[in-house]
Every structure is written in C-alpha cells, then in structure tokens.
Design a protein. Sequence first.
Length: 261
Amino acid sequence: MARYKLYIEYEGTRYVGWQFQKNMKTIQGSFFDAVEDGFQSNKFEFYGAGRTDAGVHALQQVAHLDIDTNLYPNKVQFLLNDRLPGDISVLHVEQTLPDFHARYSATARSYIYIISRRRTAFGKPFVWWVKDKIDTTSMEKAAIHFVGMHDFASFSDDDPEEKSTKVDLRWIDIYEINDTIIIHVVASHFLHKMVRRLVGVLAEVGRGYMKPDDVKKLLLHKDPIIAKYTAPPSGLFLERVYYGDEIVERGEGSFYCPFLF
C-alpha cells in the first residue's frame, strides 16, 4: 500500500464543503469518484488536512491517499486531474512515509480573507464586498486581542469532532492593496467557521459599530451574538498547511493572493 501526499487547489463555490456527504457535491466526494474511476478500485483511504465550509476555496489544501499501486507520483497527479472537475486541481503529488497524516501531522495552517471596497465584475465569488467605509487601523488594533492561546468557543459552532475550543493563534496581519483588504491569519488549527467570524467581528470594528477593545469581552464569555457577524464564505481561502520544521513566514509578500482589485 503506497501513501501519497497531494497538494490541491479548488474553487469552492459549487460545493457544500470539503467533507463527503451522500448525494451532495463535495470536494472529497469528487476525489472519491476520481480515485475509484482512475484506479478501478474502492479499496483506498483519502484524508484532508482540514474541512473547509461550503463556498470556501483552497490555494493549497493537503491530503493523503493510501492505495495499492506502483504508479509514480506524477502519474497519479495526471490520472486524478484527468478525472476531476475543472474547479479542482492537483498541483503536486509526492510519495510519503506511512506515518504521515494530512491532518494530524500538520503543525500550523494559514488562511487569507479578501474584502473588496468596491463592486467587482470579475471577483464576486472570491471577495466580500463591504459597502461601508472601513478603517483598517481600528481593525489592526482589534486583531491584536485575538493573538495567543485563547478559547474561541464564541467564534465557532459546536463540533463533536473538536475536543477543545482553545486555539493558538499566531498572528493576524491586515494589508491594503488597491481597493482590496487582505486579512492573513495563521494558527495551530481553526475551528468550524472561526476565520469567518473573526473577519466579521473585525469588519464591525472597521465600520465603527464596535470598538477594538470589545474583542476582549467576546473572548472571555461565549456570546451567541457573534454568529450574526459571520463573514460570507466567498472571500475565504485556505492558503497553506505547514508540516514539521517548515518555516511559517510573515509579512507582505509571504502569502499568495490570486485576486487583487
């Protein structure tokens, strides 16, 4: 049985998320179909590094595939891409050790969220258009409170697979490029809807409806009001998954942003 590490990109607009759901269009389900057809076998295992929500995209998701084959990695990449829909692409495949696990071996993950200050004819599926004036300086002051080990229960829906709601959030950086605001966030892992709610709260601060220091109160007590601030999935991209001693870079130019307006 060979184990392959796959680097994957996808546009999540047409899908109800990563995780397989019967009779629903999912990223994982598309891979199940491609593997079964390509290898003419249903004896395989396929796991992703994380479960992106409906409508969320990935610039570099990571998965591992266990299957009985002697194919070289580049042949596996070609076989899968030949059968996957056009909005899912395998960027690279490499054979890996049997103890590598796409999810449990990961040491950090990064997301970017894209806010557009203007209406765009080309990027609607990939941004959140905020029509109000938004002050990024206030957003930066609020973002500082999220950094560190915190209980992010207020920023996530209940998830039976998550044993703890504590997350080590390494940093949140905010950049303005033309009419675009880029939010780059890195953490040990992320809870269900966590990034979208962080962004939603930061946007409320930027629009002047909340104060930067209000974030501290939201972290201290679980508050259901945060759910109404959930940012839309369209602007969210899983940017990268880190393993082992890979360096988690910071600063403008350290991340890939495909859509600037």
